[in-house]
Design a protein around this ligand. Structure first.
Ligand SMILES: N[C@@H](CCC(=O)N[C@@H](CS)C(=O)NCC(=O)O)C(=O)O
Length: 202
C-alpha cells in the first residue's frame, strides 16, 4: 500500500498514529506529497482529485481518501477495534468529527495568513474560524472527559492530533488556558510512542 503524506499534515498524522497503534506501519510505503489550494504541487491528483492528503492506494490500485475513510479501512483490516460497538461508536465518530472540525478551522487560518495577500485578508473571518475552535475546546473540556478517560478510539486519535496541531501552528493562541482537563489529557496522549514518533517536522 502507498500512503501519500507529509511530515506536517495533521490529517496524515491521524493515519500514521493509527498505523503505529495497530501494528501496520510496516505494511505501508509512505510517499511524500504536498500542495495548497493555490498550487497542488506534488499532490497525487490522479489518486485524489481534491488535491488533498492523506490518500492511500491499495495493492489492487483502489484509492482511498480522506483520513476518515483511510482510518476506518485500516482499523477494519487489522480488526483493531478503534471503532467500538454502538452506542459508544456514535460518541467516537462525533469526537472525530469535532477534532477534524478543529483542524479544518486551524488549517484555514494557516492558509489565510500564508497564502492570501495581506491587503485582501479579512480578520473577522479568521477570528470566526478561531471562535469555532474555542467553542469546541470549551465543549470538550466540559462534556467529554468521561469518553477521553475510556479505551483508545479513533476520536481520541483525531483529538490528540488536532490539539498537537494547535501547538504546532497556533501556539500563540494558548489553547490550554481555560481547558486544564483537556490539557492534562493531551499531556498523557502526546507521550504515547505513536505520537512522539510522528511529531510534525518543518
Ligand atoms: N478532510 C480531509 C482534509 C485533508 C486536508 O485538508 N489535507 C491538507 C493537508 S493538512 C491538504 O492536503 N491541503 C491541500 C489543499 O487543500 O489543497 C481529510 O480528513 O483527509
Amino acid at each position: 500500500m502507498r500512503l501519500y503524506h507529509s511530515p506536517t499534515t495533521p490529517y496524515g498524522r491521524k493515519v500514521m498514529v493509527l498505523l503505529l497503534e495497530t501494528g501496520q506501519a510496516g505494511d505501508v510505503e509512505v510517499v511524500s506529497a504536498s500542495g495548497t489550494p493555490l498550487d497542488p504541487g506534488t499532490q497525487p491528483l490522479d489518486v485524489n482529485p481534491l488535491g488533498k492528503i492523506p490518500a492511500l492506494v491499495l495493492d489492487d490500485g483502489t484509492a482511498l481518501y480522506d483520513s476518515r475513510v483511510i482510518c476506518r479501512w485500516l482499523d477494519d483490516r487489522a480488526g483493531a477495534g478503534l471503532y467500538p460497538a454502538a452506542p459508544r461508536l456514535w460518541r467516537s465518530l462525533t469526537l472525530e468529527a469535532t477534532a477534524d472540525g478543529i483542524l479544518e478551522a486551524a488549517l484555514l487560518i494557516v492558509y489565510e495568513t500564508r497564502l492570501r495577500p495581506e491587503e485582501i485578508r479579512f480578520a473577522p473571518w479568521t477570528e470566526g474560524q478561531w471562535a469555532k475552535i474555542a467553542r469546541a475546546l470549551d465543549m470538550l473540556e466540559a462534556r467529554w472527559q468521561d469518553h477521553l478517560a475510556g479505551p483508545l478510539d479513533i476520536g481520541q486519535i483525531a483529538l490528540g492530533c488536532a490539539l498537537s496541531y494547535l501547538d504546532f501552528r497556533h501556539a500563540a493562541r494558548q489553547w490550554r488556558n481555560g481547558h486544564p482537563r483537556l490539557a492534562a489529557w493531551h499531556d498523557g496522549f502526546a507521550a504515547r510512542a505513536s505520537m512522539t514518533a510522528t511529531a510534525p517536522q518543518g
